[in-house]
Write a protein that binds this ligand. Structure first.
Ligand SMILES: NC(=O)c1ccc[n+]([C@@H]2O[C@H](COP(=O)([O-])OP(=O)(O)OC[C@H]3O[C@@H](n4cnc5c(N)ncnc54)[C@H](O)[C@@H]3O)[C@@H](O)[C@H]2O)c1
Ligand SMILES: C[N+](C)(C)CCCC=O
Length: 501
């Protein structure tokens, strides 16, 4: 399918290849029941059929992954690293074709998709680098006795992904898992089933044993089968808070560890002493990437009252100028939302905000690009809401669309209290020139990440994850090794046994 990408344009691709992968090959669904349409967001056209895996198919994938795990976990870290480095090289070599396919299935702009795929090969490369460094500790005990620790794989891990970063999420979960000697069975979102299987093919081509990274397609039922499978050693989930709670409940029954990367309603605080040009750019980056469908977006923008008029004037001017349209065109900066229901939901939040007293300064409406080919796509004009209050629905709930809610504040103490007054805790941001204030605010914000004088900067070597209802566990960075491995302690006696009995 990647070969077809060079000539592909919006509205032309039809995906007919099987989208499941185990045993080292694509696997066609065993039956056609419960088939559902997968849409191309840019046009609203049907791109392919999604046929959910049933229990027997999930079991086959698990068995295949387990066979691979037995082999892979016995290889040295350096041997695993060589395979992963080759996989990284292939992803980099095919970055343009993978990005195009991602755009066609997801609707985000090609500029963003290229950045996502570049992040992906860097992620595989990074964890390949760590694979050879995994080591335990040696601990001296009295009389020559000693103990050592071994960092061991967990087994077959389940990965379940959201729709907003389809290929990247599959990579962010599989790269550390594989580096530690695990295998993975991954289930993409049923709305974006097309690119995870490309990753599976690349791992195979790079030399991974058959079954090391398997893909099963489906929605909640398939996800449930995966979580409840007795061979699953760990579940790593990216998605909404309500689904995350269900995953945790299912995992608790088998005492399985979980990583939960969930939603957010992150605060971005802009003080009057900021470098305003950077703060404006930061607010746009905090709200409009991937059509606003980003978990860590800073969607509650708190602006100190004195600079509010200037901030709003500039932010609205630049929001109105965002080119919305065909996501495969280089000049486009905002493509289509993932689905009609997601578009309606985001528009619904804007209507509700108006009813509750917010002022729409721009956007918040369905958008029809001039190209007739795109008439059925899920486009929305990016929106800035002014005069927001903390009790409004648009300020309390995750919208997952291009909607920025702007709130005025007066003092640092007040804004910290308001920023933390949420059950979410994924990310946060602060713009100020006062370095003491910046670090004080970062310390006091209840969130897994705080960006100072920028927003949504998340390179692979930097840990990412939530506080509170936004989840736990971390992805990216060295620390993620802890979440895909377990420690065994070996105690060695060098003398005689001293027995009390
Ligand atoms: N924190 C992060 O890193 C991060 C990253 C991306 C997205 N997200 C969050 O994801 C959400 C949007 O994604 P979404 O709409 O795809 O989320 P979602 O919760 O609807 O679905 C996520 C995945 O869970 C699966 N699923 C649904 N019900 C299930 C069940 N009962 N058992 C097992 N699996 C089940 C879905 O099929 C999908 O693959 C937002 O809340 C966003 O903030 C978080
Ligand atoms: C790459 N970003 C922008 C940090 C997004 C991470 C994934 C969240 O949805």
């Amino acid at each position: 399918i990647l070969d077809a990408m060079s000539g592909a344009s919006t509205g032309t691709l039809q995906v007919t290849d099987p989208l499941n992968f185990w045993g080292g090959r694509r696997v066609a669904p065993r039956q056609q029941a419960d088939a559902q349409d997968v849409f191309e967001p840019a046009t609203g056209r049907v791109l392919c059929q999604l046929i959910p895996c049933k229990a027997e198919e999930v079991d086959e994938a698990m068995q295949s992954a387990h066979t691979a795990y037995l082999k892979w976990s016995k290889m040295s870290g350096m041997e695993r690293a060589r395979v992963m480095l080759e996989a990284a090289r292939i992803i980099r070599e095919r970055r343009e074709a993978i990005s195009k396919l991602e755009v066609i299935n997801n609707g985000k702009s090609i500029t963003e998709a290229l950045a996502d795929i570049d992040f992906s090969w860097q992620c595989v490369e990074y964890y390949a680098g760590l694979a050879g460094t995994l080591a335990g500790q040696h601990i001296q005990l009295p009389s020559g006795a000693f103990a050592y620790t071994r960092r061991e794989a967990l087994g077959v891990c389940a990965g379940i992904g959201a729709f907003n970063y389809p290929f990247q999420i599959a990579v962010v979960k599989s790269a550390p898992a594989l580096a530690c000697g695990n295998a993975m069975v991954f289930k993409p979102s049923p709305m974006t089933p097309v690119t995870a299987v490309i990753l599976a093919e690349i791992y195979k081509e790079a030399g991974a044993p058959d079954g090391l990274f398997c893909v099963v397609q489906g929605g909640p039922e398939t996800g449930t089968l995966l979580c409840q499978h007795p061979m699953v050693a760990k579940v790593s989930f990216t998605g909404s808070v309500p689904t995350g709670k269900k995953i945790m409940e299912m995992s608790a029954k088998g005492v399985k560890p979980v990583t939960l990367e969930l939603g957010g309603k992150s605060p971005l605080i802009i003080f009057k002493d900021c470098e305003l040009e950077n703060a404006i750019k930061g607010a746009l980056m905090a709200n409009f990437l991937t059509q606003g469908q980003v978990c860590c977006n800073g969607t509650r923008v708190f602006v100190q009252r004195e600079i509010m008029p200037k901030f709003l004037e500039e932010v609205v001017k630049r929001t109105k100028a965002i080119p919305v349209g065909d996501p495969l065109l280089d000049a486009t900066r905002m493509g289509a939302l993932i689905s009609k229901p997601q578009l309606d939901k985001a528009l619904g939040f804007v209507s509700q905000a108006k009813k509750e007293g917010a002022k729409v300064l721009c956007g918040g409406e369905p958008f029809t690009p001039s190209d007739p080919n795109l008439a059925g796509g899920y486009y929305m004009s990016p929106c800035v809401l002014d005069s927001c209050r903390d009790d409004m629905t648009c300020v309390k709930e995750e919208i997952f669309g291009p909607v920025m809610s702007v709130l005025a504040f007066d003092t640092e103490e007040e804004v910290l209290q308001r920023a933390n007054s949420t059950t979410f805790g994924l990310a946060s941001g602060v713009f100020t020139r006062d370095i003491s204030r910046a670090h004080r605010v970062a310390e006091n914000l209840q969130a897994g990440t705080c960006f100072i004088n920028n927003y949504n900067v998340s390179p692979v070597e930097v840990p990412f994850g939530g506080y509170k209802n936004s989840g736990f566990g971390r992805e990216n960075g060295q620390v993620t090794i802890e979440y895909y491995s377990q420690l065994k302690t070996v105690v060695v006696e060098m003398g005689d046994v001293e027995s009390l009995f």
